[in-house]
Design a protein around this ligand. Sequence first.
Ligand code: TRP
Length: 363
Amino acid sequence: MSDIEQISLPNPTESLKVCIERNPKLLQSIKESPSRFRVLTGDRTTGALHVGHYFGSLKNRVLLQNWGVDVFVLLADYQAITDRNVTSGISNSVAQILLDYLAIGIDPAKSTIFCHSMIPALNQLMLPFLSVISMSELQKNPTVKDEIAMAGAQAVSGLMMTYPVHQAADILFCRGNVVPGGKDQLPHIELTRVIARRMNNLYFEGAPYFPETELLLSNAPLLLGLDGRKMGKSLNNAIFLGMSEDETAHLIKGAKTDSNRTISYDPDNRPEVSNLLLLCSLCLGVVPEQIAEEVGDGGAGTLKRKLTEALNEYFREIRTRRREIAEDMGYVFSVLREGNQKANAIADETLAAVRKGMRMVYY
Ligand code: TRP
């Protein structure tokens, strides 16, 4: 193990600085030569997707896909059991998220949609990858630490501690060189890069096999839920893509605001009102300050009506398409089946190359 740590994880502050500096250039090169890039992104299968996911990442995936980038989208079903041992909701989540993907415009003719549990060779890559990472490196991961803190005092599973290595397998099985995501994903990407370099050094001397993946930082503002907490799949505070217009109206009606009647955009002092303005601004394509001005003394009621209308209008087409697609679940699952077939072919090839590099081909 002392050998592998010769290539070390960078200091987190430094690595964020480098990532932020590099971001505009990375985006530019992707735009200019999309065929040089393979993007891997995904979602945990812990429930349907909401408007926070849409503005934070889903919209960008469609953009990248339509620029001509080869996009792989993962239903991370094994990541749904990092912090719980309940699997009863996973299969429904898979169906719901598939519908969300197809409704927002992820095109199976251009992008590959697949799931962890059906790609054996991807999962097997985790074994050699685990061997090149030390326990202390796993224990230092700030994103994992936060998740453990959030999950409370329960026992921490081995999968929780090692899922960033699994995530490296998600990315490297298809030699993805770009992962779009937020700052919280940076420790995982740094780990992925270190795994790639150590594997290349140990087993692919002179002919590096794995790329050094980069994080494409999303510039989307963080959306809160309608109660002012983080928008979460199971917090009862999220507007889901699959909701009806009435459900949306009802949820927004009950959103938390404050006692100041004059609406203003002030995220620090008025987080709930500002969040509604932000959501409205994302739907209407105008700055939140302007919406605040328009609502003015109309108060929270007026703002909520405006937001309901804007959201329902923005998502109308997506929701109609979602309902239409849901009428043929046979088609929906055929998309996953074909994506899995494609992912399996690539994963088998990668695993074969790794076993060859490791001199573990016996006959
Ligand atoms: N961690 C991501 C989430 O919580 C899902 C995910 C799994 C992922 N594997 C990935 C994201 C690989 C990017 C790259 O939603």
